[in-house]
Design a protein around this ligand. Sequence first.
Ligand code: SF4
Length: 398
Amino acid sequence: MKNHRVPNTIAGKSMFGNIDWTQLDYRKELKNNITTVDELKQYLPLSPEEEADLRKVIDIHPMNIPRYYLSLIDIENPEDPVRRLCVPDAQELVVAGAMGETTKDPYGDDKHNKGNGVLHKYDYTALVVTSEYCAMYCRHCFRKRMVGLPNDLTVKNFEKAAGYIARHPEITNAILSGGDPLMLPTNVLRKMLNALKDIEHLNHVRIGSRVPVSYPLRLFDDELIALLKEFNTEKTLFIPTHFNHAQEITPVSTEAVRRIRSTGVTVNNQAVLLAGVNDSVEALVDLMNGLLRIGVNPYYLYQCMPVTRVRHHFQVPLRRGVDIVDGARRYFDGYAKRFKYIIGHDIGKLEIYGRIGDKLVLKQLHARSGHEEEISRLLVRQLTESGGWLDDLPEVTL
Ligand code: SF4
């Protein structure tokens, strides 16, 4: 098993030449994002059929790829995992395919929407949808129904959102999510964090961001780093991020993570198991070990949700998924092994423990408000050849 190593130069040679991404103004560089098929064609060869399909896909779900992220693609490799994560695919036009039915809201967010961008699913956690904008629109995104699209799910008045949290003493932690909160102007983010700072019953705050992966340039803004440091002295701050493949661990993302860690903020990783991206033992070993090497804690590996225009081409059947994860665990030290293989279901969060023969054993970690008796229960399901979601697997006993 090879050990992924992070190259030690920042200005790597790429399709953009020797750009030092750390020296660019992140606001100006955003204007160079690739958002049209004509722009994409300048960098990646596309057949006439691909081009026609891409135009149709982009009409439904916009494309947004930073030049930095595009530069990570190996253009010689048609199966390149980074390409799959950012370049639209004709399969997004298939609403329900080989893996079965799909939904726009697999995590049940809409049921727990308290208005003004506040989702309150578990008693102890409030999530605020701060924006529909991300530096990149990932093709596998489970919030595909809203990112980059007009919607009424984001916060309109953060003071009021903070007021909701303040009125609910059972809430012990708040998550700023989106879209990507770190793509908000620093002064806007400052106001949000300030509104949370004095809420006594909040133990910690999380800022969910893919910026360290897709647009690490943002983290070379000293004002943002100073804000993270300042807030973390008042209240504990975590940044859950989202590396999916070792190819995303570059000298630039490594330095971006180092800058976050210099503030005392802990960075945890929530990956998704994705067909054609990281669905092999080797890819997971490289990813988790690569994360530890740069100081990011492997935290969750999500089973891909049955999201409309995502499931059909990205979801891995659970039977294969559990075998890949168990295979990878053989190579991990204790720290790499700490991640949980998770189903983020409408009923709550479930950890996939493993399989006994052809039965899948899961444990519920979180349950919706009013269903607390479900927390910590064990579930056993019959594995099938193609079942990729809890609902696909019949209930059985051991
Ligand atoms: S950064 Fe996160 S929220 Fe934004 S498109 Fe990617 S996965 Fe979705």
